[in-house]
Design a protein around this ligand. Structure first.
Ligand SMILES: [Zn+2]
Length: 683
């Protein structure tokens, strides 16, 4: 484009009035600037919420209609969501302690209040009175009614009073036991002492870490500290040492938590059956894409079988190394060996120095490059806007519009660099979600990318690692999922999709930065932009990534399968079998577990991600499957048609229709795990 034509950048007001022509509301969050204001906001939100709920609860059966029941609840969700989104962001990004603390308190208060909402019987009665009129609803409205009633049923409100009280009692007990379980994990410590000779192979950096050297020739390894445990397992040449560390790791919290695991499984089974489900997995997974335990289990089994040849090939490589190293022709690979030989294999076969790639990834070029790609494939235009309020000086605000119609679609903030007290990973925080408002206008979404890229120095720009760029492409996918929504109700907007799907589109977008063409479109040595990434390095990096993926994945599956097997087979009657069943499943899926061990006792995921561990693999498989649409398209990862389809069939609809249907519409066929197996080299 001609440079002269590009001089005018639009102001916020201009973008807002452009939005008005499309009946779009493009408001920005109004950030509180004092702790008192934060507190007042939380109190006001709760008071207004209670008032709205009281209004619904007071409706007589003859008065109920869609708008004053389900519509009002969705309106409440939007109001509370917008307050929560803003306060949650402040909790993680506010510059002063005082503001972060105030936001933390406010978020906690709102969350506590939110827990009771599903149990408001007066509101339930009004919604049920509306459902009983058997309204002729279709599409998104029908889905909203069905899922709202489902939530009430899941909360026990459809049960007679005595049974409901019983379920509530069991639930409270479950929460209490779960808290004890997590406390035991947090409190568990196990120190093992070694001489330096025993730890030969372990990197010097581990010996120098604070607390490790505890005597003249005494080194203390904390088995409960992941980097210390992995540091030994990946590097210690002595099998006896690796075995001791692995065994102790698998026994962490065993004494304290084994009875609690049993208690938790029994309670979960009782709650699920009282609510009318066959087992806990069916209860938890009902609201996910997989819909029931059997489907999730079948998926994991299929993946397990598919990975078998890759696992065997890797084990053969590991064994070769072990035979060479020990001189024992009959050496076999045990649970305490695989990490060590996987590491050795990578060191010998795939030496890549990932750090040397940083010079190709100055942050600004990566951002520009990513923006160019996403604007192209999704048919969008991003413009930098002057933010009326900035929580940090280097904050950027961007507006997103449709490139064809010019319709403004939403905003995102970029908060790129670390600072004290700030959230220390990479994530997208939704601030305002999309929703059609009562007057027919549409509230467009706002979100923020919160990143921790290395800040520029006096002589160098901010240089990202390849991994950082992958994260950027992933996280920005979540931003797109939110901003491109067309869902009518906030409950279904953007990334409010089932938990076993939400990561899939973003995981798919990670594939972009393994493509040479994509990388060459923006990555270049910042000291000499004519220099692109040498193809050999990228190839090696990819090979190295998948070289031991079969083992890595089968180990993951051993957790996922154990989780599902327990939550489909253990009842309150056979709960004493859980230890044997878990250990047998782990052994069968990966490698034999150490004697007298029960790793589940130390797995935090058991509480909070129960009957949900399969979701990682589930989303991975969908991501690889969806990526094939681009891979087969004429323009590959730059393909405009495939990008529009992703926008229309996945991002725009969000959860307003069944995700299974959306994926098939996007793929143009049924789902398959084959592309995933192919991608990781198992085919
Ligand atoms: Zn993500």
């Amino acid at each position: 484009m001609d440079d002269k034509k590009e001089t005018h950048t639009r102001t916020l007001t201009e973008i807002q009035s452009a939005g008005a022509k499309f009946k779009n509301v493009l408001s920005l969050p109004q950030f509180e600037t004092t702790p008192e204001a934060v507190k007042a906001t939380a109190e006001r939100t709760i008071a207004e919420g209670d008032k709205l709920l009281d209004g619904i609860g007071q409706l007589a059966p003859a008065q109920v209609n869609f708008d004053n029941t389900l519509g009002a609840l969705d309106q409440l969700g939007h109001q509370v969501g917008a307050t929560m989104g803003r306060l949650y962001l402040m909790k993680e990004t506010a510059v002063t302690d005082k503001m972060r603390d105030a936001a933390t308190d406010a978020v906690k208060k709102l969350q506590d209040w939110g827990v009771g909402l599903d149990y408001r019987e007066d509101v339930y009665r009004a919604v049920k009175a509306y459902a009983d009129t058997q309204p002729a609803l279709a599409g998104e409205e029908a889905k909203l009614l069905a899922e709202t009633m489902r939530d009430y049923r899941r909360a026990g409100l459809a049960l007679p009073k005595a049974q409901r009280d019983e379920v509530e009692k069991l639930r409270k007990e479950l929460v209490a036991v779960g808290t004890d379980f997590q406390t035991h994990i947090a409190d568990t410590k196990k120190a093992l002492k070694f001489t330096k000779a025993e730890l030969v192979g372990v990197p010097e950096s581990l010996f120098e870490a604070p607390g490790v050297k505890t005597g003249d020739d005494e080194y203390t390894i904390l088995v409960n500290v992941t980097w210390q445990y992995l540091g030994v397992l990946e590097n210690a040449r002595s099998e006896a040492v690796r075995q001791r560390v692995t065994t102790e790791q698998h026994r962490l919290a065993m004494t304290e938590n084994t009875p609690l695991v049993e208690k938790i499984l029994a309670l979960r089974h009782q709650i699920a059956t009282k609510l009318g489900y066959k087992n806990w997995a069916d209860y938890v997974i009902e609201v996910k894409m997989a819909k029931n335990g059997a489907t999730a289990l079948e998926f994991e089994q299929k993946l397990k079988v598919g990975l078998q040849p890759k696992l065997e090939a890797e084990m053969k490589e590991f064994r070769k190394l072990k035979v060479r190293e020990t001189g024992d022709a009959n050496a076999k690979i045990n649970l305490w060996d695989w990490r060590y030989y996987a590491n050795l294999l990578k060191k010998e076969k795939y030496t890549v120095d990932a750090e040397q790639l940083r010079v190709y990834f100055p942050m600004q070029s990566c951002l520009d490059g990513m923006f160019t790609i996403y604007q192209r494939i999704f048919g969008l235009k991003f413009e930098r806007v002057e933010a009326p309020y900035k929580w940090t000086d280097d904050l950027q605000l961007w507006a997103v519009s449709d490139s064809q119609s010019g319709e403004p679609l939403g905003f995102f903030y970029l908060d790129m660099f670390p600072r004290e007290g700030k959230f220390n990973h990479f994530a997208v925080f939704p601030i305002i979600d999309g929703k059609r408002l009562a007057d027919g206008t549409y509230q467009r979404p706002v979100c923020s990318l919160v990143c921790n890229f290395p800040p520029p120095t006096a002589d160098k720009p901010s240089l990202l690692s390849h991994n950082d760029v992958e994260t950027l492409f992933h996280e920005f996918g979540h931003a797109m999922h939110g901003i491109l929504t067309r869902a009518r109700f906030v409950r279904f907007a953007g990334s409010s999709v089932p938990g076993d799907f939400v990561e899939a589109p973003s995981q798919m977008l990670e594939a972009w930065i393994w493509d040479k063409k994509v990388l060459d479109s923006f990555a270049a040595d910042y000291r000499d932009p004519a220099k692109k990434i040498p193809p050999a390095i990228l190839g090696k990096l990819k090979e190295s990534k998948y070289a031991t993926y079969g083992s890595h994945y089968r180990r993951q599956l051993s957790f996922g399968l154990t989780d599902l097997v327990l939550h489909t087979q253990i009842t309150d009657a056979n709960v004493k079998d859980c230890e044997a069943l878990a250990n047998a499943t782990m052994t069968e899926t990966f490698l034999p577990v150490p004697e007298d061990s029960f790793m589940l006792a130390y797995m935090g995921h058991f509480v909070g991600y129960d009957a949900g561990y399969y979701g990682y693999a589930w989303a991975d498989a969908i991501a690889a499957d969806m990526a094939t649409v681009f891979e087969k398209a004429p323009d590959g990862y730059f393909d405009v048609k495939a990008g529009r389809r992703l926008r229309e069939e996945i991002y725009a609809v969000g959860n307003s229709r069944d995700v299974n249907e959306s994926i098939e519409k996007f793929l143009g066929r049924e789902r398959s795990v084959e592309p995933f197996l192919e991608k990781i080299g198992a085919k």
